[in-house]
Structure formats: structure tokens, C-alpha cells
Design a protein around this ligand. Structure first.
Ligand SMILES: Nc1ncnc2c1ncn2[C@@H]1O[C@H](COP(=O)(O)OP(=O)(O)O)[C@@H](O)[C@H]1O
Ligand SMILES: [Mg+2]
Length: 271
């Protein structure tokens, strides 16, 4: 089976449930909209925000949507998508994103990063937004480094906005004694939950519409099963919906019924 045959069977102009939706094309269910609003608030107020949620809950998408609305002439975004670069890598990323050449020794790299962050604000008048995605993977030393960087003006405003985005373990992790100082500086905590049943249905319809079909392709009981198994988490819905389309296509059906969705569940959960 080729993707092209699948697309043409369903009369779709592109593959649905794609990862690369433009911010304006996103589905606005409650947890997405709330996350975007809160992330924007953190950026505006220059505070540390903690956004958590299970794998595939839509965290990275919400961050991208919130940052897409920022004026790039006044904001500098430093995005670290993978913390497994060590403490040095974290500071080096900050320095090089701000246009500097990271110093070799860590002891001089830390003040260099702090200076670069301050200069961005005070000399260039730009606000820095530091985003640490997959932040549950940050090690103790990286978290300590972050505390140092955010500790500059204890009572006045923070030098920059910082978003820690990660799986639910992140919340517990930074609540541990060693990171109490950082935890106290967290001004906002938001945990993204799955969509409810109505939202899952409209989410599926939304992705299909973007791909060229605005009529009903999934039966109600197929959607109910997809919702139940995915618990409304967008990435899981994507996977189940695509596999359901494949199963119904294989059986040459014109709509995705419950038995196609059931075949998809078996496919996805036994992978
Ligand atoms: N608001 C949304 N509108 C449309 N698709 C979404 C939305 N949120 C998430 N998705 C889909 O779910 C997938 C997983 O989202 P992502 O943000 O990568 O999850 P997380 O970062 O929480 O693991 C995305 O690739 C995208 O296809
Ligand atoms: Mg992510």
C-alpha cells in the first residue's frame, strides 16, 4: 500500500494528522488554548513557567503556537529541544544563540552566558525567552545552572522568561529539596490534560478538513473507541486515526467504522 493510494481512496489532498501544521491551522481545544495563554503570560511577565503533560499531549505544539505570536524584532527565543547536551552545552547554546562564541572553560562560560543575557536586554532592548523542552531530562547540574542564571535580580524582575516544558515527572523533580530555590521562582504551573470526547471528535474532523475532507469519515463508535484508547492525547489520536484509515482502506470501506478502529487499536498497541 502506498501513501498515494491511501490518499486517493479517501479523496484527500494531503496526508492528514501531519506534524507540521502552521500555528494558524491548529485545533484549539481547551488544554491547548489554556497552555498557549499561560505561556504567553509567562513571556510577557518574564517569569519562569512550568508546562507539563504526558508524551504527545501537545506541549511542544502549544509552545510553538505561543511563540509564533511574538514580535521577533523585540524578542529573542532560545530553544533547547534536547537537554542531553550537558551543562556546558546548555550555556554554550545560550551564548551562541545570542551571537557570541562560547568560551572553552565552563567556569568562564557561565558568566559569559549571564552577561550575554543581560546585554541582550539592556543594550539591545530585546527580551529573551529561554525554552527548555523535554526538561524532565535536565540533570541536577543543569537545573542548578538554571537557578544561577535566573537568580540575577532577586527582587526586581527576572532577566528573562523561562519555560520548562516536560513530562509530569518534571514537577516532582524540581520540587525536591535541592531545587527548592528554583521551584520557588516558578510563577506558573500548568499541566496539559487529554481532550474530552467532544474535543477528540472535533480534533479528528479538523485534521481531516485540513487534508481535504470536511464530510463525516469516522463513525461515532469509531471515534468513541479512539478517544477511549488515546485518552484524548493528540499524538495517540493521530496514530490511531491514521491506522483506522489504513484498515478501512484495506477493507475497501467508504467510512471508518468501529471494526476498522478496533483493527487500528490492535495495530498501534502491539507495535
Ligand atoms: N492544537 C493542536 N492542533 C493540531 N494538532 C495538534 C495539536 N496539539 C498537538 N497536535 C498533534 O499532536 C502531536 C503531538 O504534539 P506535541 O506538542 O509534539 O506533544 P508533546 O510535546 O506534548 O509530546 C503533534 O505532532 C501534532 O500532530
Ligand atoms: Mg514535545
Amino acid at each position: 500500500m502506498t501513501i498515494d493510494r491511501l490518499r486517493s481512496h479517501w479523496g484527500l489532498t494531503r496526508m492528514p494528522f501531519a506534524k507540521d501544521l502552521a500555528p494558524s491551522m491548529l485545533h484549539t481545544h481547551r488544554s491547548h488554548a489554556e497552555a498557549v495563554a499561560r505561556i504567553s503570560w509567562c513571556v510577557q511577565e518574564r517569569v519562569i513557567g512550568l508546562v507539563t503533560g504526558e508524551v504527545g499531549a501537545g506541549k511542544s505544539v502549544a509552545v510553538r503556537a505561543a511563540l509564533a505570536g511574538l514580535d521577533t524584532s523585540r524578542n529573542t527565543i532560545i530553544y533547547l529541544g534536547n537537554p542531553s547536551v550537558g551543562t556546558r552545552g546548555l550555556y554554550a547554546t545560550i551564548v551562541s544563540t545570542l551571537g557570541g562564541t562560547p568560551r572553552f572553560h565552563r567556569a568562564s562560560l557561565i558568566p559569559q552566558a549571564a552577561e550575554a543575557l543581560a546585554a541582550e536586554e539592556h543594550e539591545r532592548g530585546r527580551q529573551v525567552v529561554l525554552v527548555l523542552d523535554e526538561a524532565h531530562l535536565l540533570d541536577a547540574e543543569q537545573l542548578e545552572g538554571l537557578r544561577l542564571l535566573t537568580n540575577v535580580d532577586i527582587d526586581s524582575h527576572s532577566p528573562f522568561a523561562c519555560l520548562l516544558v516536560g513530562q509530569p515527572t518534571l514537577r516532582r523533580r524540581i520540587r525536591l529539596g535541592a531545587f527548592a530555590a528554583l521551584d520557588q521562582r516558578v510563577a506558573l504551573r500548568y499541566s496539559m490534560t487529554g481532550m474530552d470526547h467532544t474535543e477528540t471528535s472535533s480534533y479528528v474532523a479538523h485534521h481531516l478538513k485540513i487534508a481535504g475532507r470536511s464530510d463525516t469519515l469516522f463513525s461515532d463508535d469509531a471515534l468513541a473507541l479512539i478517544h477511549q484508547v488515546s485518552r484524548g492525547l493528540p499524538r495517540a489520536v493521530n496514530n490511531l486515526a491514521v491506522q483506522s484509515l489504513v484498515a478501512a482502506f484495506t477493507d475497501n470501506k467508504a467510512i471508518v467504522d468501529e471494526s476498522s478502529a478496533r483493527a487500528a487499536v490492535t495495530e498501534v498497541t502491539t507495535e
